[in-house]
Design a protein around this ligand. Sequence first.
Ligand code: NDP
Ligand code: 8X3
Length: 249
Amino acid sequence: MPRTILITGATSGFGAAAVERFAGAGWRVIACGRRAQRLQELAQRFPPGCIHAASFDIRDTEAMQAAIEALPTGFRDIDVLVNNAGLALGTAPAQHADLGQWRQMIDSNVTALATLTHALLPTLVPRRGAILNISSIAATYPYAGGNVYGATKAFVTQFSLGLRADLHGTGVRVTSIEPGLAETEFTLVRTGGDQSASDELYAGASPITAADIAETLWWVANLPPHLNINRLELMPVSQSFAGFRIHRE
Ligand code: NDP
Ligand code: 8X3
């Protein structure tokens, strides 16, 4: 019996690579995202019945609920939830930041993630399933301009640990995956479509790839059922920690 995984943010980056990894290995994959065309193209690369494309804005709770209710019979028994959809917007210091961007990050990275998890727990608990949350190194290491983005990821990490505590004894596994510099559409989105800014950030850095994270998700999802990875922090070798700054008058 194939296992079933729901992956948010499947139109790009980590999520799209994860869809390919799991569908390629015979899992049933529910691929979510707003860009329906990309989901259809992804689904068409695999045999019929392998990928179910669910196109909705994760911030729209009614659309999310409708998508869950519309799942075809073969895709209802979800074993693994990958909460991956999310974004950073802007790098301005807090005192110059756009409130609309802050709210969009909170709505997407925090509220939507919690809402989907709440909706799927009744399915995951009896199946002794798993929740794999994509947090970030920004959850742990603050950096200038990271303000609300880092805070949303700190929520994701702490929520993951809290879920672990609440799900004690159920057999449900929960993991917070915390990547560093990774080349996807992340910086394109963060900069409002500035391809050269994105290219410059990753140039010569050998960043994490989407395939690296897909492989990590695959490893975590396929561990023996008695093992739980609580937190997993990954960086490219080229990235490490910055020091404190001192401002002198
Ligand atoms: P991408 O921009 O390539 O992918 C982001 C995905 O999130 C897209 O599929 C997008 O789909 C989806 N998404 C965003 N907003 C919404 C929304 N409102 N409704 C539905 N889907 C949405 O970036 P990554 O693959 O890098 O990002 C994936 C996750 O990894 C994010 O949570 C990010 O914060 C995190 N992360 C990224 C790192 C990096 O350096 N790249 C490092 C650490 C963590 P669509 O636009 O089609 O809706
Ligand atoms: C993405 C990693 O360092 O750009 O979460 O915040 S970082």
